[in-house]
Design a protein around this ligand. Structure first.
Ligand SMILES: NC(=O)c1ccc[n+]([C@@H]2O[C@H](COP(=O)([O-])OP(=O)(O)OC[C@H]3O[C@@H](n4cnc5c(N)ncnc54)[C@H](OP(=O)(O)O)[C@@H]3O)[C@@H](O)[C@H]2O)c1
Length: 250
């Protein structure tokens, strides 16, 4: 088993995940750069640093998840899992603004196939990858799981009529993050007695492929809270949902 701490970041070939990988590498981790396309992962790993390595990982593909067993034989440990991979839709926004797109994915007109595809990645993918990684995480002295969620999934915030963003709350992407929040809390409760901390974070509206680069924050800003909770010490919290300004209501 190697001495350096090991982190796996899913969907780390671009966007916020790539920045989280870079930041964890700067903190001394050996970073496994998860990417559903190995070549894109390898190109990203080069940017992350000399000790980073790409790992082919499609979070919706059980064979791809099973192949990550080689983390045990190659590195012998896993200390941090960042469930970052997600999709906002299955079609390109093709010039539509995020607001225009939101009108096509309301409860009255959302495609169930679209909803299943998004939840498959954003919710079931997180559970599948976490279940596969738990045996190694349980052997780590202080494992951390970070689920990259979104404040757009906050039921409390979307219940507030004064929230200008609540028209965007729909069953496809936003509710997939609500479900991810529920899963995060369930994981935190189950793993509390094992001192594995599980927290959800919201990056903020970040300029990435996910929103056709319409976001307003940089990837450095978007990655910050995920990295902070990945590095929590023994006295840090578990079962929280937060951004760089503090706790977000579920
Ligand atoms: N950007 C924002 O404003 C914002 C706001 C709130 C929350 N978030 C969250 O932040 C996280 C990162 O998003 P981002 O903005 O950085 O988006 P992004 O640039 O589109 O990156 C998403 C990453 O997930 C990967 N991915 C998608 N489906 C996958 C699958 N089945 N298996 C493995 N990887 C998969 C993508 O791979 P490919 O390159 O192969 O497509 C890509 O690497 C997501 O959880 C997102 O929901 C983002």
């Amino acid at each position: 088993m190697q001495d350096r701490l090991v982190a796996l970041v899913t969907g780390a070939n671009q966007g916020i995940g790539l920045q989280i990988a870079k930041d964890l590498a700067a903190q001394g981790f050996t970073v496994l750069v998860g990417s559903r396309n190995l070549e894109r992962g390898e190109a990203a790993a080069k940017q992350v640093g000399p000790d980073a390595r790409a790992i082919q990982l499609d979070v919706t593909d059980e064979n791809s998840i099973a192949a990550t067993k080689r983390i045990r034989s190659e590195l012998g440990r896993l200390d941090v899992l960042v469930n970052n991979a997600a999709i906002s839709n299955t079609t390109k926004l093709s010039g539509q603004s995020v607001t225009e797109y939101a009108k096509t994915v309301r409860p009255s007109n959302a495609s169930l196939d679209e909803m299943r595809a998004v939840w498959d990645t954003n919710v079931f993918g997180v559970i599948a990858v976490t279940q596969a990684m738990l045996p190694l995480l349980r052997e780590a002295p202080a494992a951390r799981i970070v689920n990259v969620s979104s404040s757009s999934g906050s039921l409390t915030m979307n219940s507030d009529p004064a929230n200008p963003h609540r028209a965007m709350f729909g069953p496809v992407y936003p509710a997939s993050k609500t479900a991810l929040n529920a899963v995060t809390l369930a994981m935190a409760i189950e793993l509390e007695s094992e001192a594995i901390k599980v927290n959800a974070v919201s990056p903020g509206f970040t300029r990435t492929n996910l929103n056709n680069y319409q976001g307003t924050e940089t990837v450095e800003e978007g990655a910050r809270e995920a990295v902070r909770v990945a590095l929590l010490g023994p006295d840090g919290p578990t079962g929280t949902f937060s951004n760089t300004s503090g706790v977000i209501p579920w």
